[in-house]
Design a protein around this ligand. Structure first.
Ligand code: UGA
Length: 448
């Protein structure tokens, strides 16, 4: 690879790294992606997305063809760029705290290489890390291995991301803010300069702050979102006790108050995904280690756990007992348009169904391969909705896929043994199901 081929390097070609790399390159900024997984690197070099994300495949193809993006497993190329983003994973440890080993390794490798570099190099921590990590472990490892100090030759910033799976590319192109945390002016202004180049006249508000505050912004954001979901699920569970009340109306009404806001108020089976739970647990663990018990966030988590049990309770109530009953789980992904099942509510529901003796058959348009890897043959897998419903005593809708929205009452009647339906995503119109055993989250008994 030629010296100075790219202006930025990104270490860690996971979901955040690859979306960040593709979008930087799409704005004409030469980018090199770095990952230890050779197969992943080869795939990127061929312009193929190694994960499912709308728009990513076509964007990658385009930027690779135009030679704006390349990938390698050799981290030494990072030295020939001006800025290195760290986007490696920060998984949970068994106690909920975050595992910083990938961050430490990447920082040390980079620092060793930067020792010989002449000229300025900026290191940017984009991975989600608890407050104090950038200024603590990362700074220490970087300064020790490079034998330089943050200042004229070496820069360091915390710069969290707020991408959502399924809309990550458009989120990266149109963020609502950019948060830059740094203790030295040069680092912050170099990163702000890069973002000005990226966004031009569309530059969103830039919050310049300390690394610790930037790190906490990320956790605060995900903790708020998780709490908002547990909040509306709590209201949904109360609404279920009141004849004629639908949580959708409550959400619509409260959402019109700008202090509350209408988004993230969809009641359902509880939040999933690789971030909300992981980040909430990391924040709880971090806070407890500082001798403050964040009871609100513990309740958010507990309410989320219980929500899956409530879905299974609904099925049990319809069926009397779940023992030996065939239950069709429609949807496995933690939300629609992804094959991701990490921390998905479907998995919690399936485990409960199994515990209560049900025979589970599952269908998902995209997430069966991932579920098979996770649950292997503990459950049956169907190739389509119809075969999932065939002979089922109950159907539970767990993901809001568009194809499930289009189902009609007759589709259930045609195949099911008994037409018991639990709509955990509230996507069917109850009016059309009144003649079946249909229940949904957040809906009180109908008034006769
Ligand atoms: C989440 C955040 O929304 C992003 O801002 C953040 O950058 C990201 O985590 C991260 O830290 O990387 P994501 O995990 O892609 O993004 O998923 P969301 O769209 O936030 O959904 C999370 C879960 O909450 C899903 O299971 C979804 O079904 C559930 N949810 C969401 C509800 O049950 N109700 C709602 O109203 C909204």
């Amino acid at each position: 690879m030629k010296t100075k081929w790219a202006s930025i390097s990104i270490v860690g070609m996971g979901y955040v790294g690859i979306c960040t790399a593709a979008t930087f390159a799409s704005r004409g900024i030469r980018t090199i992606g770095i990952d230890i997984d050779q197969a992943r690197v080869e795939q990127i070099r061929r312009g193929k997305a190694p994960l499912h994300e709308p728009q990513l495949d076509s964007m990658l193809k385009n930027v690779v063809r135009k030679k704006l993006l390349d990938a390698t497993s050799d981290i030494s190329v990072a030295v020939h760029t001006d800025v290195t983003f760290l986007t490696v994973g920060t998984p949970s440890q068994p106690d909920g705290s975050i595992d910083l080993s990938y961050i430490k390794n990447a920082t040390e490798d980079l620092g060793n290489l930067l020792r010989e570099k002449r000229g300025y190099h900026l290191v940017v921590v984009k991975s989600t890390v608890v407050p104090g990590t950038t200024n603590g472990v990362v700074k220490r490892f970087l300064e020790q291995s490079s034998r330089k100090t943050i200042g004229s030759e070496l820069g360091l910033c915390a710069n969290p991301e707020f991408l959502k799976e399924g809309t990550a590319i458009s989120d990266a192109l149109h963020p609502d803010k950019i948060v830059i945390g740094s203790d030295d002016k040069k680092s912050a202004s170099e990163l702000a300069k890069l973002y000005r180049r990226f966004y031009g006249a569309q530059l969103p508000p830039v919050i310049l702050t300390s690394p610790e505050a930037a790190e906490l912004v990320k956790y605060a954001s995900n903790a708020f979102l998780a709490t908002k979901v547990s909040f509306i699920n709590t209201i949904a569970n109360i609404a279920e006790q009141i004849p004629g009340v639908d949580v959708g109306t409550i959400a619509e009404a409260i959402g019109l108050d700008p202090r509350i806001g209408g988004l993230f108020l969809k009641a359902g089976p509880g939040y999933g995904g690789s971030c909300l739970r992981k980040d909430l647990q990391a924040l709880i663990n971090y806070s407890q280690n500082k001798n403050y018990d964040p009871i609100l966030f513990r309740a958010t988590e507990e309410a989320n756990e219980q929500q899956a049990n409530r879905v299974v309770d609904m099925a049990e109530k319809l069926l009397g007992s779940l023992s030996s009953k065939r239950v069709a789980v429609l949807g496995l992904a933690f939300k629609k348009d992804t094959d991701d099942i990490r921390e998905a509510a479907s998995i919690r529901v399936i485990n409960q169904l199994k515990n209560r003796g049900a025979r589970v058959v599952a269908y998902d348009p995209m997430a069966i391969p991932n579920t098979r890897r996770h649950l292997s043959e503990q459950i049956d897998y169907a190739d389509n909705v119809q075969s999932a419903l065939k002979g089922a005593d109950c159907a539970i809708i767990m993901t809001e896929w568009d194809q499930f929205r289009q189902l009609a009452a007759k589709d259930f009647q045609a195949y099911m043994n008994n037409t018991n339906i639990v709509d955990a995503r509230r996507i069917l119109d109850p009016k059309h199901y009144a003649h079946l055993n249909y229940v949904t989250i957040g809906m009180g008994p109908s008034i006769a």
